[in-house]
Design a protein around this ligand. Structure first.
Ligand code: KG4
Ligand code: ZN
Length: 336
């Protein structure tokens, strides 16, 4: 059978990314131009700046993806783009470029949901993932638990009522002066600290449902920090360790409980926060204890990238689910 080569484009936030994936599994190139150093000076992503940088970088990033893969434009079979959810101005750059590119090379266009892309990063690397599965999606904008009956059949069983896990990491890190992005910064600070010296709540909400809330934990961490600064015994590493542990414990608890209640064999994890080492270790340990098979992507495939978009698009391609050239960007669409 002929190989299917798909170009993926991802511009939903602050990474301009392009990748070429063969047959939904083999990454031939995966180029990520991160704007982190630009947004760092503002303490977070500035949407207008992100859009402008995407415009400057997109053509070069796509060219690089072809160069790294050793391919010509005409070698690919389709152009896939993340069109939702994300920053609308940022998404629009990718969508507009993808439409123009697909038209110019006369190849079909495929629209991919960014969050679904995160989930399918698991399938790029792991063969024979068995269903049904419970999937924890933890990113800068989302914290959701999904029941997956099969690869394409997902049902939302719970999500955050306020801040997303990544958002809480980012806001607490900014408050503590640890910089952006907050997740890696808190993880690093926590390495030299000890959880338990500060005491933060584990916010389970109702233990019998799969809803999350991180806004209260974030405020508690900030208040505790102000108090200990006044007392003169502030230790940023200890606070980072306790905050990380309080947040991760809740994610792990609810994910494993969902796995047991829904009687699945498999747990999946996806999104930028899935790169967190504490979360990876703790969930791995609990999964082993409870006999659940756990998968998460390699670190570079947890955070935003285009290989996950090109990989997911393979299944749209074989089902001939193509997008029209009138495709638009949707900032808030969680369409499953
Ligand atoms: O998936 P992603 O790259 O972009 C979105 O779709 O939002 O996720 C970005 C989020 C940020 O909030 C960032 O702080 C968090 O993922 N993140 C982490 C780690 N690496 C990235 N959070 C905790 N620990 C990490 N190592
Ligand atoms: Zn993302």
């Amino acid at each position: 059978m002929k190989d299917i080569l798909i170009l993926g484009i991802e511009t939903s936030c602050d990474e301009t990314a392009a990748a070429i994936v063969k047959n939904g599994r083999h990454i031939l190139s995966n180029v990520i131009n991160s704007q982190i150093s630009i947004h760092q000076q503002f303490g977070g992503v500035v949407p207008e700046v992100a859009s402008r940088k995407h415009i400057e970088n997109i053509a070069g990033v796509v060219d690089m993806a072809f160069k790294e893969a050793g391919l010509e434009y005409s070698d690919i079979d389709a152009v896939a783009v993340a069109n939702a959810p994300g920053l609308v101005g940022a998404l629009l750059v990718g969508v507009s470029f993808a439409k123009g590119f697909a038209y110019a090379i006369d190849k079909p266009l495929i629209a991919v949901n960014h969050l679904q892309g995160h989930i399918y990063a698991n399938f790029l690397e792991h063969e024979n993932i068995s269903f049904p599965a419970i999937c924890l999606v933890v990113s800068g904008g989302h914290t959701s638990l999904l029941y997956m009956k099969s690869r394409g059949d997902l049902k939302l069983i719970g999500e955050t009522r306020d801040d997303a896990a990544g958002e809480a990491f980012d806001k607490v890190a900014r408050f503590l002066g640890l910089g952006y992005p907050g997740g890696p910064a808190i993880q690093k600070a926590a390495q030299n600290g000890l959880a338990g010296r500060y005491k933060l709540p584990r916010v389970f909400m109702d233990r019998n449902n799969y809803e999350f809330s991180f806004s209260g934990l974030k405020t508690a961490a900030m208040n505790l920090w102000r108090k200990s600064e006044k007392q003169g015994d502030a230790n940023i590493s200890d606070l980072a360790a306790e905050f990380q542990e309080a947040l991760v414990e809740v994610l792990v608890d609810k994910t494993v409980r969902a796995g047991l209640e829904y009687k699945v064999n498999t747990l999946l994890m996806a999104g930028g926060v899935a790169a967190n080492q504490k979360l990876r270790n703790m969930l791995k340990k609990r999964a082993e204890e409870t006999g659940l098979q756990l998968y998460f992507p390699a670190l570079q495939l947890c955070t935003d990238n285009a290989a996950m978009i090109a990989g997911d698009a393979h299944y749209y391609y074989i089902n001939e689910q193509f997008a029209p050239l009138t495709l638009n960007a949707h900032p808030g669409l969680w369409s499953l």
